[in-house]
Design a protein around this ligand. Structure first.
Ligand SMILES: [Mg+2]
Length: 480
């Protein structure tokens, strides 16, 4: 397993109990100052996701850590290894907070021990380190912290259970952390077995690979490949109800550090040594080729806009939460897991813009944030950070002047529930930060393509607003 050995740049808001590491990192130009700690945490998530290495933020032990909580919750729910460094707690409790978060039976690690924090990161979990120091001291512990390895008996047991069976290989995001993609491809080719992916596991095996049948789960189109298998070899996937909306008849072998669903056999280990052993001495399975299905393309204006945007943009894309989220996920075809960064489990509004900032610190390419007008209003203040820190991000705002997804799900019988409108013009806000703004209508897709290509080449913070009519999008489990 590859683990990161550096946690920089660190995203931070300064304050009294973290002055020392803040000034030290700032002096070394290893720090990006954000305007709030929640956005610092989203930026750290963007940095970790694009580079497949842990990332860090600094927050004061009082309001700073309290502000960071949504970002830490997002990292906990989505299993992203970010470290929040804060001051030591004080007995009297004045401006001091020890967070207690839990998501799907996973608790947030809060410790003053750098080794324990490193162990948490090595298992793709966030951690809070209550010791105000630059992360340099933690980096050697990251090298030492390795996830568990499978035993020979466990490998033999998996091989025995696959023998003579129709196998489907299910790939989850955990396989990105362990760099398992090529090993999975080799095993699938040897076994003549289909591969399917969770929504967050996309691109680990490129989606153009002939054995990749697509996405399973609530919004997936390859669930039949799970239903028709004898055995599902689930790798780095938690198997929650989002991945398995219907429990399959197949036997499930789960190889993951975090299981949250059904399994007949669970190995809590790195999948790579198991894959290597199976490739070296493959079981005699039953080769099969399921029917290949493609998702329906939604007939909405927003879908055509995001499809154009994904075709135009070459670098990484971050995705916010709203009506555009499922539409963008449908329009995407990924050849690597860091091409499209989104929160699959926590889905906070306002995620895309700060996540793009963070991603832009760890990739040579400019980063595109796709957001709605609601998400833009949540964290537009970080455009100021993009300008100040000279980070090449472009924000595509799909403006339908309402909280579209919330309006659509709040009351499906009432076309205009109260207080869902967004009258503010995002252009006014962006221009206040001195940022170039382009405004287009939803049917100007050729112009949108050109505008995004130009923005990517110019490498300046840019905002592109596409005006959209109010419309509904297809929801899972509904035919309307
Ligand atoms: Mg909207």
């Amino acid at each position: 397993m590859r683990l990161a050995h550096h946690l920089k740049p660190v995203f931070a808001v300064p304050g009294d109990d973290i002055h020392e590491p803040y000034l030290e990192l700032a002096e070394r130009d290893e720090l990006i100052r954000t305007n709030r700690e929640d956005t610092a945490a989203y930026a750290a998530i963007g940095a970790a996701e694009v580079s497949n290495e842990p990332a860090a933020l600094l927050a004061t032990r009082g309001p700073g850590l309290a502000h960071a909580l949504p970002g830490l919750a997002c990292a906990l729910a989505d299993h992203v290894p970010i470290l929040c460094i804060t001051g030591a707690p004080v007995d009297q409790g004045f401006q001091s907070l020890l967070p207690s978060l839990e998501s799907n039976r996973l608790r947030l690690t809060v410790t003053d021990d750098p080794k324990e924090a490193a162990r948490s990161l090595a298992r793709s979990r966030p951690a809070v380190l209550t010791r105000p120091q630059a992360p340099d001291e933690l980096e050697p512990h990251l090298r030492e912290a390795q996830p568990p390895q499978p035993t020979d008996d466990e490998i033999d047991e998996v091989r025995r259970r696959l023998e003579g069976k129709k196998v489907t290989i299910l790939v989850g995001r955990g396989c990105y952390r362990s760099l398992a993609g090529e090993h999975i491809e080799r095993l699938a080719e040897l076994l003549n077995a289909p591969i399917v992916q969770t929504m967050r596991g996309r691109g680990i095996v490129p989606e153009y690979h002939p054995r990749n049948y697509g996405v399973v789960g609530l919004r997936g189109w390859a669930n039949h490949v799970l239903q028709e298998a004898d055995v599902i070899l689930a790798l780095g996937a938690r198997l929650t109800e989002r991945t398995l909306p219907e429990e399959p008849d197949a036997e499930i072998i789960a190889v993951t550090l975090h299981l949250n669903g059904p399994a007949d056999l669970h190995l809590e280990c790195d999948p790579v040594p198991l894959l290597q052993a199976l490739v070296k001495d493959p079981p005699e399975t039953q080769p099969w080729e399921p029917e290949r299905r493609e998702p329906d393309e939604p007939d909405t204006h927003a879908y055509r806009v995001v499809k154009t945007a994904l075709r135009a943009w070459i670098g990484p894309v971050t995705l916010d939460s709203g009506q555009h989220t499922p539409l963008t996920l449908l329009a995407a075809h990924l050849s690597s897991p860091n091409e499209l960064i989104h929160s699959g489990a926590f889905c906070p509004m306002g995620f895309a813009l700060p996540a793009a900032l963070g991603a832009a610190t760890r990739t040579p390419e400019p980063v595109l944030a796709i957001t709605g007008d609601g998400g833009f209003l949540a964290t537009h203040h970080e455009l100021e950070t993009a300008v100040r820190e000279d980070l090449p991000i472009t924000v595509l705002v799909l403006r339908n002047r309402e909280l579209g997804f919330t309006r659509q799900t709040a009351d499906l019988d009432d076309p205009e529930p109260a207080k869902m409108d967004l009258p503010t013009d995002p252009a006014d806000l962006a221009e206040a930060y001195g940022i170039e703004v382009h405004r287009l209508e939803h049917d100007q897709t050729d112009e949108l393509h050109r505008t995004l290509r130009d923005a990517e080449m110019q490498r300046e913070p840019t905002v592109v607003i596409v005006e959209l009519p109010r419309e509904d999008i297809p929801l899972p489990g509904r035919s309307d």
